[in-house]
Design a protein around this ligand. Structure first.
Ligand code: 1CP
Length: 342
């Protein structure tokens, strides 16, 4: 038995009041986050300064008492650890060096080199294990290989991931080599996060929905299955949450195909359908439209209650369908929690 509700839900337990945390719960909607980020100077310094990264991880736990604390870091730290240049343009987002051909791939570091860059992240987790309340679950994470590859190839976020699709179909040998390198690096990175205290790990496949049906198995399912199998071989008890965002009907069967203990649902999925077709295989998480954290009101309360009801028959972790945005009203998080916890 565990006093940690998230771990209990991941083990298959249903709760009348589900555990809750939010994607991007440490972020720019919180004034205390902005203050710490200003102290760090820039986003990457915040990620690589363990005391400050631990501080921003803890801020939403102090303010809201969430059941889960997600490590403060970014999915793009893995490309950087593999040798890509990474910088953040204020008001625009991340920029990376691109992968256009074999020479760019050949310049990358081997997977085993990632710890040289990422060791401060492990230190953040070690700090958090000593500071979190005993009922709070510590969540580590990484990007899933396809999503990380889209950023490494294009050098930035793109609306349609066109550069990655072009490499995938135009030079499959090079694309597969890149996917392999990211997959190996991710296994090492998440293993080190678990050694440092992560009790659950989550794989973010934010662009899984842009893969056509015939490529979904190869690039969204198979690499995630390989990562989960490798982690479970070393750490049989570690639960894994996977988020194949906008997978649509491919959400059905995804947990079985990948070995994930919990599937995170975006907000385009119908909750009653997901209760039948996804929750039958284990825990589900997510689904609330993040826009409701801006608009609030009775809609927020009604939608929150509807999702709690839809998933009340099985294991469920309450969350949003995507990250909370900088425009969200911190008071609306209290309204949502009140609707869940009463
Ligand atoms: O200005 C700022 O302070 C930076 C905003 C920000 C934050 C708060 C970025 C830049 N990353 C993060 C933290 C972050 N990113 C976390 C920390 C923990 C938490 O959730 O509180 C996590 C889990 C992520 C994951 C992440 N980064 C994803 C996957 C989830 C998703 O949102 O789909 C992705 C795609 C990224 C890349 C990234 N990092 C930052 C931005 C703005 C982006 C998106 C870039 C783009 O597509 O254009």
């Amino acid at each position: 038995m565990t006093s940690k509700k998230i771990l209990a839900a991941l083990a298959g337990e249903a709760h009348e009041v589900p555990p809750v945390w939010l994607m991007r719960q440490a972020g720019r909607y919180l004034p205390e986050y902005k203050a710490t980020r200003a102290k760090a100077g820039d986003f990457l310094s915040l990620c690589y300064t363990p005391d400050l990264a631990a501080e921003v991880t803890l801020q939403p736990i102090r303010r809201y008492g969430f059941d889960g604390a997600i490590l403060f870091a970014d999915i793009l730290l893995v490309p950087q650890a593999l040798g890509a240049d990474l910088w953040f343009v204020t008001g625009e987002g991340p920029r990376l060096s691109t992968i256009d051909g074999q020479a760019d791939f050949d310049a990358l570091k081997p997977a085993g080199a990632v710890h040289d860059t990422l060791s401060p992240v492990y230190e953040t987790l070690r700090i958090l294990t000593g500071e979190l309340p005993p009922e709070t679950t510590l969540i580590g994470f990484a990007g899933a290989p396809w999503t990380v590859a889209t950023y490494m190839i294009a050098g930035r976020g793109t609306p349609d991931q066109a550069p990655a699709h072009a490499l995938r179909t135009g030079n499959p040998a090079l694309f597969d080599a890149l996917m392999d390198r990211i997959t190996e690096a991710t296994i090492l990175y998440l293993s080190a996060q678990i050694e440092a205290g992560a009790e659950v790990v989550k794989l973010f496949d934010s662009w899984a929905g842009s893969l056509p049906a015939d490529a979904f198995e190869t690039y969204a399912v198979a690499p995630v299955r390989r990562i989960i199998a490798a982690l479970k071989e070393r750490y049989p008890d570690i639960p894994v949450i996977a988020f194949p965002r906008e997978a649509g009907r491919a959400y059905a069967g995804y947990a079985r195909a990948t070995g994930a203990d919990c599937v995170a649902l975006d907000n385009s999925v119908n909750a009653d359908w997901a209760a039948r077709e996804v929750q039958c295989d284990g825990c589900v998480q997510g689904n609330l439209d993040p826009k409701l954290m801006i608009t609030g009101g009775q809609d927020l309360v009604d939608e929150t209650r509807r999702i709690v009801r839809a998933f009340s028959g099985g294991p469920h972790i309450f969350n949003l369908g995507h990250g909370i945005t900088p425009e969200a009203d911190p008071e609306n998080v209290h309204r949502m929690l009140e609707a869940i916890r009463g």
